[in-house]
Design a protein around this ligand. Sequence first.
Ligand code: GLU
Length: 285
Amino acid sequence: MTVVTRFAPSPTGELHLGSAYSAWTGWHRAREEAGGRFLLRIEDIDIRRCKREFETAILGDLRWLGFDWDGEVRRQSEHFATYGKALDQLGARSLIYPCFCSRAAIERELAASANAPHGPDGPLYPGTCRHLSAQERRERIAAGQEHCLRFDAGRAARETGPYHFVDEKLGRVEGEPMLMGDFVIARKDTPTSYHLAVTVDDHLQGITLVTRGVDVLPSTHVHGLLQKVLGYETPRYAHHKLLTDDSGRRFAKRDRDMTIRAMREAGLEPKAVIIRALAAAAAAS
Ligand code: GLU
């Protein structure tokens, strides 16, 4: 099977050394194999935080670094209807439900429960709105109450049974369906979420190998579950190390001197930037 990889930045800031390394891993894997394809996807579903200027700057930096991509760039904000179809599929099987809880209401509920289960991003949603009746849901929606949609992870897990994914370093990883609990699958302000859009797009774009930072590893458990319920193939994964500075701190978009633009302005050659990224990756624990 010919390898198809992708780089999927969110245009919320400039490309920095860490994300350039991430792009390199996908690009390199595609280019080292005859016929390999490297695709570019702009993950701009968060219309408030994503900016066209950042997208243009990211594409410019990638070109400057010498990373060429195959086909058109896929921009997620142009595919909300596609994610909506996947939501309908899940809705028809009662795998999603509207959640009317405000952040404050969730916090109150969590404070009142002694042993709230925790996920990688903190305490998990306690499932309050999962117990609402169909009529109550209808009434609250009809009354115009703000809501997001949540994925009923327990129900999905009962339907699918065990699942797994393969990571090139970790080998076979058993899926943990409850790792993120009933996560948000469509936000109040956006008719999708990262988890849904990424799963649908990796499927539609025929991605065979997902190369991305190890910080996203918990999400892969959720994506594996979504792939199973939606009847998609699960790609292979290669979660890579995150680049850190000398004190072990992760590079972030706010570190101006770690942006590719700053390195370009400082007169570095593209090759030198890539060598620097690879050296930082080799040094990262
Ligand atoms: N848009 C995500 C990010 O910038 C990509 C994560 C992924 O590759 O799935 O972190």
